[in-house]
Design a protein around this ligand. Structure first.
Ligand code: WTA
Length: 651
């Protein structure tokens, strides 16, 4: 596969194949026919309050009923006001009350091969005990708690325990650095950090506690740290600040009633990258988010009690929040969690897991699919994948070649593929095929779910015609949309609601074809999508310029065979630059942000190409990074004089 093929856009533009829903697939709990879907979609568009109100009444357990389904214009729409609810009750207690306490809630496998199964009653007991621990540590409803953990069941337990008492969790992906943790602690004014000694990744320990220690040197709001012992790594425990999870849990009571919380009580904050250097604390509230997570899981994955469902994301991202923890558990289903890397001890690990646990529904990212393709068919072919009945993807556009491989090699041509478009901000899946009823086209996320009303518009907000590229917006509010950016409501309004009048602006470019299918082309802002992870170019730039040798830096994305998008950094350095400095800068960025921001290319330049008004010519840099503009054979760009002509036309 060439770089340009994986660059999605070219190949997606020429894609014309249509795959009818596989005859082998019969929806168990989701929509049964296209007409049923069309009717629901139209009804939800015309009467959103009726549509969502009925779903909320039927599917959520209310301690007190809501008095108004939706009120206020977007972006200030409030949902289910007057109602009292609890997300952990929704995920646990009501299933136990219905007699399903013995059903497996979480099937977990650690990277070294250790396994655990937590039934609903086990998970409930641990959540209640840990919620009592939190209370004893002085945590109250509304307090913010940072969670920085490996993929162990205790991560889900910690989340649900926060939800049980109304504390707002802010989970930070374990791949972020100490500096990133400190920034997020401070922005959220977190009172407590929950972490582990370390986690396993490709046979090595990821030293989480050490990073937390470093972050706390500049996190004044954090009072205490709870440490789950995962690997037995050597860690320093600071007296009166650091506490072992297992010691706190000893003798703790399992009796902890779920707090009765307002529908709009903040459930969690999750930081994501925007177009400035400062991460945004996307805030979701309880009832609307839970309804979205629960219904979309049911509709899109057809998740039934008989299924074993595995979403391979990390819980540190929104996909893990909604589709490993809240969505599947709210449906009373069995969700799988795997701690480690897909290529440990070898490249067949995922497929062995599918065979071992007879996984029926499998949800992963295009970047992973491209890696599997590269590793070779022999790995999936060694395993029995016949249990699979549905496949999903998320995080970035999927190139048709990867789609076809997923369809044939993994899905045996019998599994529908749901290509799900959504965002941290949307809380749940927005545009996706419904399995078994929507014909699919490789590379298209197809049609909006009921309750979702998108449009493709130009800069002035005018809807564009079929197959014309434009900006993807939502014209109506939905219950699981973000409510604010923590501590910065103005930035929230500015970022999402001021670009196109009356609409939610997603930040993606897309087109709609003659069948009403959406084709998402990628970000239109300065956000990179590297292996399905969002990163802002400014974030990487400010990390680079914080190095003493760097005078100026410009960061752009370029098509990358595996990652979808790679990170290319143009740097002007005081001493001109050297191989040595390249290594140092790579380390520096990893330290400032984390391993996910590791630059793929660092190119030194005597000066960055600018317009006469001083703006960096990013388009030109993107062309150079992608190899579309020849910049000589060396990786070092001595200067840009050859491109000076372009500079003039750009101005
Ligand atoms: C991109 C991940 C094309 C998109 C759930 C969006 C996609 C960003 C798809 C959100 C898809 C996600 N097809 N692009 N199926 N899914 N994206 O917040 O650019 O980490 O804006 O949420 O990923 O990334 P986030």
């Amino acid at each position: 596969m060439s770089a340009s093929e994986s660059g999605n856009i070219e190949s997606v533009l020429h894609e014309t194949r249509v795959f009818p829903p596989p005859a082998e697939f019969t929806p168990r709990v989701s929509f049964k026919t296209e007409e049923e879907y069309e009717q629901a979609w139209q009804h939800a568009k015309d009467n959103p309050a009726e549509f969502w109100g009925e779903l909320a009444q039927e599917n959520l357990t209310w301690f007190e009923p809501f008095t108004s389904t939706m009120s206020g214009e977007m972006p200030e729409t409030k949902w289910f006001e007057g109602g009292k609810i609890n997300a952990s009750y929704q995920c646990l207690d009501r299933h136990i009350e219905a007699g399903h306490g013995n059903k497996a809630a979480i099937i977990w496998e650690g990277e070294p091969g250790d396994t655990r199964v937590l039934r609903y009653q086990d998970l409930h007991r641990e959540v209640c005990r840990f919620a009592n621990v939190l209370k004893r540590m002085g945590i109250e409803a509304g307090d913010r708690i940072t969670i920085y953990m490996p993929m162990v069941p205790e991560l889900a337990i910690a989340m649900l325990a926060c939800a049980r008492i109304g504390a707002t969790h802010s989970i930070i992906f374990g791949g972020f650095s100490a500096d990133a943790v400190a920034d997020r602690n401070n922005d959220a004014e977190a009172k407590l950090v929950i972490t582990a000694d370390a986690g396993w990744r490709r046979g090595k320990e990821v030293p989480l506690k050490i990073a937390v220690d470093e972050s706390l040197e500049r996190s004044p709001t954090v009072e205490k740290v709870i440490v789950y012992q995962r690997t037995g790594a050597d860690v320093t425990m600071v007296p009166d600040r650091d506490y072992w999870w297992h010691e706190l849990m000893e003798n703790e009571s399992a009796d902890c009633p779920a707090a009765s919380l307002d529908s709009e009580h903040p459930l969690f904050i999750l930081y994501t990258s925007g177009s400035t250097g400062k991460p945004k604390g996307v805030m979701h509230t309880t009832a609307g988010y839970m309804l979205g997570a629960q219904m979309t899981t049911k509709w899109v994955f057809d998740l039934s009690p008989e299924d074993t469902y595995w979403c391979t994301a990390d819980i540190g991202w929104i996909t893990g929040h909604s589709y490993i923890v809240y969505g599947p558990l709210a449906n009373g289903a069995t969700t799988m969690m795997y701690e480690g890397a897909p290529n440990w001890p070898d490249e067949g690990r995922f497929w062995e897991l599918v065979e071992k646990y007879r996984v029926t529904l499998f949800y992963t990212a295009p970047t992973a699919i491209r890696a599997f393709m590269k590793w070779g068919d022999q790995f999936p072919q060694k395993a029995d994948l016949s249990s699979l009945r549905l496949l999903g993807t998320v995080g970035e556009p999927i190139n048709p070649k990867a789609w076809m491989w997923y369809h044939t090699v993994i899905g045996g041509e019998r599994c529908p593929i749901v290509d799900t478009w959504w965002q941290t901000e949307t809380g749940g899946i927005m545009i996706s095929p419904l399995p078994g009823i929507t014909p699919t086209k490789p590379g298209s996320c197809t049609k909006p779910l009921p309750g979702v009303v998108p449009a493709i518009v130009d800069e002035s907000g005018q809807e564009v015609g079929d197959n014309q590229g434009g900006l993807l917006v939502m014209t109506q509010p939905w219950p699981h949309m973000l409510r604010t950016l923590y501590g910065d409501h103005e930035r929230f309004v500015d970022t999402y609601f001021s670009k196109i009048d009356g609409c939610y602006f997603a930040g993606d470019g897309a087109r709609k074809d003659e069948d009403g299918y959406y084709w998402v082309m990628g970000r239109v802002d300065d956000v990179l999508n590297v292996s399905g992870h969002r990163l802002s170019t400014m974030e990487v730039e400010s990390a680079l310029v914080s190095h003493e040798q760097v005078t100026e830096a410009a960061v752009v994305g370029f098509p990358h065979e595996l990652k979808g998008e790679g990170i290319c950094c143009f740097v002007t350095a005081k001493d001109g630059g050297s191989e040595e400095l390249k290594k140092e800068l790579t380390q520096h960025v990893r330290k400032q942000i984390g391993a996910i921001a590791t630059p793929d290319q660092i190119r030194f330049a005597a000066a960055l190409p600018k317009t006469r008004s001083g703006k960096i010519m990013r388009r030109l840099l993107r062309d150079i990074a992608a190899g579309r503009e020849s910049a000589g054979d060396t990786t070092t760009l001595e200067d840009f004089t050859v491109l000076a002509k372009l500079r003039e036309t750009e101005d």
